[in-house]
Write a protein of this length. Sequence first.
Length: 164
Amino acid sequence: MRLRKTNQGLTIHAIAGAHVVLLGMHMERSACSGHLGFAIHRTDHTEHEAYWMEGTKIFEATDPAFPPGAKYPTNKHPIQGFTWSDFSAKPGHRYTYKVLALSGSPHELTPFKQVEVEVKTESEAGGNHDVFFNRGAAASQEYARRFGKAASLENAAENDPRWA
C-alpha cells in the first residue's frame, strides 16, 4: 500500500509491506527554520493500541543518561531525519500514523505542523502484488544496540546474559 497525504505544508509518504511501514516526510525548505525533528504516534486499530514510536537519538540538553542503545519516545526526543521505518508492524493490521513537526527547544518541544495517514499492512498470503523490505537492516541495528562491540560469539563473555 502506498499513500501520500499533505496537511499544513507537511507531506507524508507511506509505503506498507507486511512487516514494515516506511514513512518519508517532506516540508519546503523555507518551513524548516527552527525545525528540531518529528514525533510519530501510531495507533493500531487491529489490536486497539496507541503510543509514541521510539528512537535512539537524543538531544544532549535533555539526555536522561540511559545506557547506550536505550530507546526514547519521539515526542520527547524527536526523529532527526526525514525518513522512518516501523519494523514492528504486523501483517494485515490497520495503522494510523500521526506525524508532528516539532520546533521550540529540546526542553520545550512545540508541534507546528501535523499530518496523519492511515495504512493497512499487506497480508502474508500474497495477491497480485507483493511488497518486501529487507529486515536485515533492522536486525543489524538491533544487534549493535544489544551487543555493542562484541562482534562474535568468540568475543563474548561466557556469562554475559545478553548472549543467552
